[in-house]
Each structure stands twice: as C-alpha cells, then as structure tokens.
Design a protein around this ligand. Structure first.
Ligand code: ATP
Length: 461
C-alpha cells in the first residue's frame, strides 16, 4: 500500500514527503493490520470453541450460575447439550431448536467481540502511530534543511527510511501468521465436519405420512454394517415382527446387535439390504420427522436437559401448547409425580446437566418416561431402561413401564429376563439374527440360549 509511493519518490529523486499525507495512510495501514490480526484471533477463538475435541473441556468449565453465563458460554452449552444428547435431540426433532439457540448466542457473542476488537485495534493504531508522528516531524524538519541547502545525502536518507518503514510493515503484517495458520488448520476440520452430508435428512419434507398409523413393525431380511466398519455385518438376515399393541423383547449376548435394531427403526441409518416396514410401508419412504414423532425412546441412561422438571417433560413437543395438568398427568402415569411435589420447587426443580442433579437415577428415568408419554407415542422403544438401577428402583420404574406400554407397540431390550417374561413375543438374537422367537414358555422349551440365560438367572437369584 505505502511502499510503491515511497519507491516512486526514490526513483524520481523527489523529496520524500513525510508530512501528514504519508502519515495518514500509514496510520490506516497499521489500523488495518492490527484489526485483521485481532479479528483473525477472534475467529480462531470461535473455531477453537467449535473444536469437538475440546468440547468436554468446555463442558467441565460451564458455569451453572445464570448471571455468569456469557454468550460464549451459552454457545458452548448448546453445542455440548446437542452433541452429547444427539440421539435424544434427533428423536424429538429438536435439531432446529438447538441450531437457533446456538446461532443467537453466536451472533450476540460475535457482535460483542467485534466491538471489543475494533476498539482495541483503534487504541493500538493510535499508540503505534506516535513513533511515526515523531519520525514525520523530525524528517520533515531535516528535509526542509536539505531543501534550503543546509543538508545533503537525501537519497541515502530516503533509502534508510524506506527500509525502516518497509521492514516494520512486513514485521507487523507477518505477526498474525502463526494465528492464521492455526485458524486455517482448525477451520479445515470444522468445515469438513460441516460439509458431511447425511443420507437421512431430518429436514427433508418429502416422504409420506401414514393416516392413522397402527404400529405394526417388520424387520425383513436386514443386513446392516455401521459406516465406520463397513465390512463387519452387525445384523445378518435379521427378521422380526412386532405386532400392533404388543410387546416384543430382544435378548442376546452383549454386542449381538440388539440396540442396532432401535437405531435402524429410528431411521438413524439405512440397512444395506432388506426392509423395515411400518404398517407394510418401507420406513425409508416415510418422512423422517413424522416417523420419529410416532416413537417414544427411553434409553439406559436417562437424558435430562439443563432445565426444570416440567420443561424436561414437555421437551420435544413443538406443535402445540402443553398445559400443566397434562404434564402432571404424564408424571402420575410414570409414577414420579408424588416424588416431584416433595421437592421444594416441585416441577420447577432444576434438573441440571449430565451428572449434576438432585434426582435419583430411578426418578430421572421416570421423568423420561413421562416425557415419552406426553407425546402419546404409538411405538415405545426401551433400551435396557432399568439395567442401571438397583432392585428397588427397578421395580418402581418397571411398574411405570408396564402401565405405559399397554396398548402400544413396544420393542424392549433387556438383560434381566424377569422384566420381559410377560412379553407377547421374545426374540433371541445371536450374531445379528433372530434365532428363536416366541412367548416365554415356548422359547424356554427350545432349550437354547434363552433357556441357558433363564437357568443362569434362577441360579443367581
Ligand atoms: N456407532 C457404531 N459404529 C460402529 N460400530 C458400532 C456402533 N455402535 C455399535 N457398534 C458395534 O455393533 C455391534 C452391535 O452393537 P449393539 O449396540 O447393537 O449391541 P447390543 O446387542 O445392543 O449390545 P449390548 O447388550 O452390550 O448393549 C457391536 O459389536 C458394537 O461394537
């Protein structure tokens, strides 16, 4: 910017004009440099925050106190909440909610940082320009001496100044290079992640929605491998029928593919071969959001968000207002209302984030059951819902589950046979396929894996 004008003056042996005409562009140049460097630094900070490897660190630093939460902390909070609980978020169609919240916090944070950066840059530019003002004054004075014939060596003088200023400019402009390179590497990772396209788009409005879905499910000859281990078939000719209003239980050794069936039914993945049918229609042809809205999904680890109990129960209902009476009714059905009202703040008790709550494991699990119930799901998916609980809590939660699964198609995965013996259908999974499928007594009679598991349970108790 400034160098060509100085060089021009050397070439033409004109006097170096170091008055305000030169100083002002210099000031602007420095201002620009400092602003760029600080903005780059600011961007790097954003990218660092987005760096997934650092998310757990951010999580541990998250301050629960409302007043201390800056926009940056809010950004981290929303990102961590959404990523840690990605399946629950997807099941409840809450992706857009989190994106909006994150964008709001990000934009506010960006605005406040930009203001700070510009103020800092202006301050630095003014401070740095003092040196140039001194040079300007001194050199202008000397130039006038030369002009008056009182001084010579003007060429030497100019070259000295050009080198002096040029090296300072180069030094300043390259000072941001390490930050720039770091930011570039971090941005590459983030952009690669952003550009990954899922073949299953929850925002896709296409796909049919069945009128009066009944909840008959059929896994037909399913072969499936996870994308990260494409050669290893987790499900291999998997066949299972879950009839409307009935409970189908899956048992089998660890890693045999039970939970994978739930991921497929929620349409997190597509099978390699075979079809999953809902009321006779392939779920790949159904609208993803609509399909998920039919399903209540309760996992082994109850996922509660950093909100009140009432808000956690209502979570995921986007299309209507939910009255407090409805929330209470769901909590009563889930056997947790009597315990909620004993908390000083009742339904306004804050649940806290992961691992930070005054609720017991059993209470948390029953809150997630109430949440599932409020959506009036046609289909309930239960993945080892009680296995993290002690015997007493397990009994209470199981009692709640038995009430809520009545009249719904329920696919349940369990390690403890006691919780599934009264299921209408029990499927025994081995190496990714269903080997036996019938009622408890019938599967027992086949004296296979289920029989051994039953014997082992009897011996333990
Ligand atoms: N996201 C994933 N990517 C790659 N492999 C996976 C993924 N999730 C599970 N697997 C693998 O798929 C296989 C089946 O896992 P799945 O969770 O369905 O088993 P499971 O029968 O439910 O086991 P458990 O009873 O221990 O929960 C396992 O070998 C597991 O390591």
């Amino acid at each position: 910017m400034i160098s060509p004008s100085i060089l021009y003056q050397i070439n033409t042996h004109q006097k170096l004009d170091l008055g305000f005409g030169t100083c002002f562009p210099l000031l602007l140049f420095i201002y620009q440099q400092v602003t760029d460097a600080l903005v780059n630094y600011g961007k790097l900070k954003y990218i660092e925050q987005m760096d997934l490897q650092n998310l757990s660190q951010l999580s541990s630093k998250a301050d629960q106190s409302k007043t201390a939460k800056s926009f940056a902390e809010l950004e981290g909070k929303y990102a961590i909440e959404a990523i840690q609980n990605i399946r629950t978020v997807a099941t409840f169609n809450q992706e857009e909610f989190f994106i909006n919240k994150y964008e709001d916090a990000f934009n506010n944070d960006f605005k406040s940082r930009m203001f700070k950066i510009q103020t800092q840059a202006l301050g630095k530019a003014i401070a740095n320009s003092f040196l140039y003002f001194i040079h300007v004054t001194a050199f202008s004075y000397r130039a006038s001496l030369v002009e008056n014939g009182e001084m010579i060596f003007d060429q030497v003088f100019r070259v000295f100044i050009v080198i002096n200023f040029a090296s300072m400019s180069v030094g300043r402009s390259t000072s941001a290079m390490p930050d720039y390179n770091l930011a570039k590497a971090a941005a590459r990772r983030i952009l690669a992640l952003r550009d990954q396209k899922s073949t299953i788009d929850p925002y896709d409005d296409n796909g049919s929605k069945l009128n009066n879905a009944r909840g008959n499910i059929k896994f037909h000859d399913i072969n499936f491998a996870y994308p990260t281990r494409a050669k290893r078939l987790v499900l291999n000719k998997f066949n299972l029928t879950c009839l409307e209003g009935q409970t189908t239980a899956l048992v089998g050794s660890s890693g045999c593919g039970k939970s994978t069936t739930i991921s497929l039914l929620l349409h997190f993945y597509d099978p390699k071969n075979g079809r999953i049918l809902l009321d006779g229609q392939d779920i790949q042809t159904l609208n993803v959001n609509w399909l998920r809205s039919l399903i209540g999904y309760i996992q082994q680890e109850p996922i509660l968000f950093d909100r009140t109990i009432a808000e956690n129960i209502v979570y995921g209902i986007n299309d209507r207002q939910v009255s407090f009476e409805e929330v209470q009714k769901a909590a009563k059905q889930a056997n947790v209302h009597d315990e909620i009202i004993l908390f000083p703040k009742g339904y306004n008790t804050h649940c806290g984030g992961v691992g930070d709550t005054q609720l017991s494991g059993g209470q948390k699990q029953r809150i997630t059951i109430a949440r599932a119930l409020l959506r009036k799901p046609k289909i309930l998916l239960l993945d080892e819902t009680t296995s993290a609980l002690d015997n007493k809590s397990e009994g209470i939660v199981q009692n709640a589950i038995d009430k809520v699964r009545a009249g719904r198609t329920c696919l349940t995965i369990a390690h403890r046979l006691t919780t599934i013996q009264n299921s209408e259908n029990i499927g025994v999974v081995e190496h990714g396929s269903v080997r036996e499928q019938d009622r408890h007594e019938e599967v027992l009679r086949k004296k296979g894996f289920y029989y051994k598991l039953d014997q082992a349970t009897v011996e333990v108790s």
